[in-house]
Design a protein. Sequence first.
Lengths: 621, 369
Amino acid sequence: MENGYIQKIDPDWFRKRLLVAMLLVLLVFVLLGARLFYLQIIRGEYYRELSSNNCLRKKRIEPLRGLIYDRNGRLLVDNRPCYNLQVIPNDVRHLEETASKLSEFAQVDAKEIESLVQSNRGPYGYAPVVVKKDIDRDLMAVILSHSHELPGVVIATGAKRNYIYEPLAAHLIGYLGRISEKELKAGVYPHKRGNDMVGRFGAEKAFETQLSGVPGEMIVQVNATGQVVRVLDKEPARPGHNLYLTIDFRLQQKAEALLAGKSGAIVAMDPENGNVLAMASSPGFKQNAFINGMSGKQWQELITDPEHPLRNKAIQGQYPPASTYKIVTAMAALEEKVMSPATTFYCPGFLRFGNRAYRCWKDSGHGKIDMIEAIVESCDVYFYHAGKALGVDVIADYAKSSGLGDKTGIDLTNESKGLIPTSEWKRKTVGSPWQPGENLSIAIGQGFNLVTPLQMAVLYSAVANNGTLYKPDIMKSIMSVSGTNVEESGPESFGKLPVCRETLEIIKKGLYDAVNKRKGTAYWHVRSEQTPISGKTGTAQVIGRRLDDMPEDEEISRKYFTHAWFIGYAPSNDPEIVVSVLVEHGGGGASVAGPMAKEMMLTHLNPYEGDDSAIGADGRE
Amino acid sequence: MFDRRLIQYFDWWLLGITLVLGFIGILLIYSAVNAGDYNSGSGLYIRQGVWFAAGLGVMTFSFLFSYRRIDRWAPVIYAVCIILLILVMVPGVGMTIGGSTRWLALGPLRLQPSEPMKLAVIVLLARYYARRIKSEGLVLKDLLPPMVIAGIPFLLIALQPDLGTAGIVVIVAASMTFFVKIERRTFYALAVLIIIALPLGWYLLEDYQRMRIMMMFFPERDALGAGYHILQSKIAVGSGMLYGKGYMEGTQNILSFLPEQHTDFIFTVVAEEFGFAGSIFLLILYLLLVSFGLNIAYVCRDPFGTITAVGITAIIFWQGIINIGMVMGVMPVVGMPLPFVSYGGSSLVTMFLGVGLLMNISMRRFVSS
């Protein structure tokens, strides 16, 4: 029989178990019924009240944006309390009427208020829409005294960004700006709403996700007039993380003081890890103006200023490297073995090539000169010979392997790539073939060559640390509010200088002697008794790329002035700081940029000299 | 061949309750989707009506032949369902909606193989237990095959991911196993094993699933996500009071405070619009359905029929109480349809198929094949 198992078990055995199961089922249903009774009958009134009049409101709790500190923990950016004018769409009876009244008081366009409220009302219309941030006491008084004719208009406390030492490091720290309609729609910032501020420039933009935090929310019960009666549920906001920059407040201050009244940039880096110790660009701008809102005129002035105050010249400015580039040519010549350190040339003050005379900056000439002397005295003729022997494409290989012609990868947007020309580049872009004479200008950092002050700082850092190219870093660490480390940055190398140790030693000797030998271009302006400094001057021609009509005339307008470069490091034997200085139309590299770089280095190496606040903070007299 | 007694013993009560539940479902779906000005009219209730008709057809088919044939076919049914579940996982074949890959597209229809899988597990387990049952209870060795039978579909469904349905497979399998009795010492050993395994299971859960379980115990911890839904759900249920706000008049319903109101949160519509009276009525319908199911197991005289009836009843019972408990804030929020009422074709047809099997067992209780 197929169902042979039937005999094995008695149906009555099942029946007992089924009775137990039925009892359990009954018990569960009684419990569910009891819960239903509790919710609908005992607590029914309470829930009916919550559901009627739509008296539940979701209130957003704004997160505090993370603070920004310098590397030593000095607070640079914080938040200040402020009052915001808000509208709760559902509590407004006639939007048009309210908007036109509000526009009278608050000087905001009525149409703008309407569209702001409409586009941000959300699915239920109970979330407040910010109409105007940071209103002053006068406006607050007016609104409060007219509150009876402005239903649905509320004033809420908020926080606004405050740049304590503005315009200190304005380009590096950056600023906030209002989120755009487009960004909102695209969901670029998932936690933001209309009228919120987001990082627009600098570190504020680069570290937006870490700084901005996550908003919380409260579910509250309100009465007919919109007052909160009780809080039903609450999810606190998660504040943004605090950002510790690599910059040193004192050094940054010094850099900006040195640049005051000039147009240019200073970058200071730690050659051992790429930490940016200071990054200044001049002229600067006031960041709080972006937070408080500026007039159209103010904005126009900022963007039409010929000195480009909004541009971070340290990473966005592109300049001919001039003589500071000679170390690249020297590296290429030594590595390609077209020259040895002992190779000498005679400099009569010019080199005849083709049907032209290419002039040395020193009209009387340097006479017989070898490789190191050529770096020290910045002899153009010597490097014309190198350029002639190497050709543009070989030099370009070395320049690119040294980090030039491409972004350094610093955590800031809008970084420029600079330009390292090749013969192919010129054919494609300019449309004409490479001329042999151009090899000569390229070799001394003129011609099409363009670099940023930051790129040069990275290159000279690599020389200082014996060959490693570090990605410049502006973030030291990111800490949560509770003090745990969220992110920490370590040195990040993106390559090695394409040279052997012997070549590097020759370059370093040249850079040392340029400052410390009497004949050196930087001897009179940069040499220090306190610490050995190495470095290279540069004087970049602005117009007229032809070397034989260099405008040296004091009379001509400032914009024809040369750009002044100095890039160097100290102490020479064990470098702790690399400084790259560029002054637009500043004149001579040695006399203008050199002393600025020297002062930066000395400030860094003498921690307490001339800084009262640092002494005070340390408890010393 | 056709026995007059088949009609004599036809379970009209079971059919009646099933039809009433299905009809209530269509009514509630209509209200959930169409109440208020904010929602444009939607034809979901018509689709549910079509599924309802299809369910009746499947049900009729399912009691035309003796359920004892299913005993023989159980392994094949099980294998087919497993293959369908695996097909769902094949990229390009399975359909992904809302982050879960649960469906197979069949022209305009969507099949969710995890629904019939529940029945397949029940019949295969019933076949196994009917042969292995003994009055002193099952020992560990007897329990290994059932663990595999329930474990494979559990894993396949949990990977979709669909924790609700995967959980139901295990809960129903466990209910059937307890029903056929576990030997006492084996029972204790298993209990200890499960207590040890629980923390591990917790570790394997996704973050949002952990949060939902936490939410049940501490609803105030997250006001935005699941906690907000539980609160809104409780407001909808509680505000119904004794007689409700009237059909299509539920304010929570109209303002769409709850997502998935036509599927997992359908009970809030009856509770809000028909109040305690309506909710208790629905609850009693489920109680009756479960009681009749157990009664069929009670009067059936062969183990396969009894155990199958218990398994099918267990699905209705567990899905019903977990869903209603979730809506009232006493169970975690898991995706679990309310049997016969929630919107969803695969679920509805599977439930009708299950009831068809119950009827089949019921009407052949005195007929030997």
